[in-house]
Ligand binder design. Structure first.
Ligand code: FE2
Length: 272
């Protein structure tokens, strides 16, 4: 079992750049081509939110077109920059487990040796996270029904990470998720995005980690509240289930290097 995990793509509309100078659309297209060129093929690509920057329908058209080039199943959740209705319209065809209710995005993927859980931590109208009653109950039920090692994917980290800029828009009721960690010893990983940086911490048996952004990152400061972004090297996380060891996670750089690329005629000449 191998998964590629990317986060916080922040697609813009056709011809637009992020902050008018960061070409997230082109950079993400390169990321997708690089994932397609991995010599060890992942079982799926996991995407933990902020697919678009402004939640605009035109941004989802770009995101759907470019993510549609991925040659693997996608497992995706929204982030605080997403519009959940547009998100579902764009990605439900690529990830049917999302269902069709933007208020109830939660699904699981069962494997022989583990279960993967995907939940929505966003609340419309705020960049901070909030786990709904529905989500918490769904998660409680899913963890109660299986005692396999469980890996949870969501956008907002459930705990403060000491980064003042991002903690201000952290998950407001993450303590409710910590209660489920207390209750279910087989919940052993929580993987997030949101903070645009690779970070790790632990609560009891559960390692809580975040994936960096595919294009732009967020500086880490425990004292400076200024909203900053930067273009430190991008990366994705790779999650591999290793016999006798369990889940091993490693970082795969996404910095701009030359190839290898594989020529794909369907992407090169799509007919439009
Ligand atoms: Fe983001």
């Amino acid at each position: 079992m191998l998964f590629a995990h990317i986060s916080d793509l922040h697609f813009r509309s056709d011809g637009r750049k992020l902050y008018d100078f960061i070409d997230t659309n082109t950079a993400n297209a390169e990321v997708i081509n690089r994932i397609n060129s991995l010599t060890e093929k992942p079982d799926a690509v996991i995407i933990t939110g902020d697919i678009t920057n402004c939640g605009l329908e035109n941004e989802y058209k770009v995101a759907k077109r470019i993510l549609g080039h991925l040659q693997y199943p996608i497992l995706i959740v929204p982030g605080n920059h997403d519009n959940k209705s547009f998100f579902l319209k764009a990605f439900q065809p690529l990830c049917p487990l999302l269902g069709d209710n933007p208020q109830q995005i939660a699904y699981k993927v069962d494997h022989d040796e583990a279960q993967l859980l995907f939940i929505d931590s966003t609340e419309p109208g705020t960049h901070a996270g909030q786990l709904s009653d529905y989500t918490l109950q769904w998660l409680d039920n899913a963890l109660d029904q299986s005692n396999k090692p469980s890996y949870l994917f969501m956008h907002h980290p459930p705990v403060a990470l000491g980064n003042l800029q991002m903690d201000r828009i952290g998950c407001q009721n993450g303590h409710e998720l910590l209660k489920l960690i207390d209750k279910y010893p087989h919940l052993i990983r929580i993987f997030c995005g949101h903070v645009h940086r690779t970070m790790f911490t632990q609560y009891k048996q559960t390692i809580i980690a975040s994936a960096p952004g595919t294009v732009h990152q967020v500086p880490y400061s425990s004292s400076d509240p200024t909203d900053l972004y930067c273009l430190e090297p991008a990366a994705m996380l790779m999650h591999r289930l290793v016999p006798k060891t369990g889940l091993v996670t490693y970082s795969q750089p996404l910095t701009q290097i030359s190839g290898p690329y594989r020529y794909e005629s369907a992407i090169s000449c799509p007919g439009d």
